[in-house]
Design a protein around this ligand. Structure first.
Ligand code: 5GP
Length: 173
């Protein structure tokens, strides 16, 4: 087994995600359809648990973004998979795994805003505020975490570890 001590175990994750689902529905109102945009690939496990904690109408879209090589950011954001449907007039909730420097999310917010959604908000499971270089708005945050490279629960290191059921701190193989 890899050396990845748990930072957030399964119970801690599920308890907070249930709270987030309720908070999100309260902000949007009971009957408002929410277009959840999962940012591939890191957010998919969080997204699939989160949407089951949001009552009422929810639509799913996916956006592929690449900004990392190994454990360090390249500083470049590339769209690898675009949305299938227009978001004009829709209430959009971007679902991110983690906000680190904020570069990816700043880029995404600007890119999506141009497409004229009725509203645009972001939920991130994890936030590393100490690493921020691009200030960016994040309306809903699951957990603030320290400056460590984390894997599991969708988060990878070169495509590995996404299937760990918890969020752990990567400490090498
Ligand atoms: P940012 O543009 O905010 O620096 O980075 C955002 C992206 O970098 C995240 O969506 C995620 O893919 C990746 N990332 C940032 N920090 C970590 C981390 O600790 N672990 C993993 N696995 N990915 C990270």
């Amino acid at each position: 087994m890899p050396k990845t001590p748990a930072l957030l175990d399964e119970t801690t994750l599920q308890t907070r995600i249930a709270e987030l689902g309720k908070e999100i529905r309260e902000v949007y109102g009971e009957d408002t359809p929410i277009t959840c945009i999962g940012v591939l690939k890191g957010s998919i496990i969080f997204l699939s648990d989160l949407v089951r904690c949001i009552d009422g109408p929810v639509e799913l879209e996916f956006l592929g973004v690449s900004s990392y090589r190994g454990t360090e950011s390249t500083g470049e954001v590339r769209i690898t998979h675009d949305l299938h449907n227009s978001i004009a007039g829709k209430h959009v909730l971007v679902v991110e795994d983690i906000v680190d420097t904020g570069l990816t999310l700043s880029y995404l917010r600007d890119m999506l805003e141009v497409r004229e959604p009725a509203s645009l908000r972001v939920v991130a499971l994890l936030d590393k505020p100490s690493r921020r270089t691009s200030p960016v708005q994040v309306e809903f945050i699951g957990f603030e975490i320290p400056d460590a490279f984390v894997v599991g629960y969708g988060l990878d290191l070169d495509e590995r570890y996404r299937n760990l059921p918890y969020v752990g701190i990567y400490q090498g193989d």
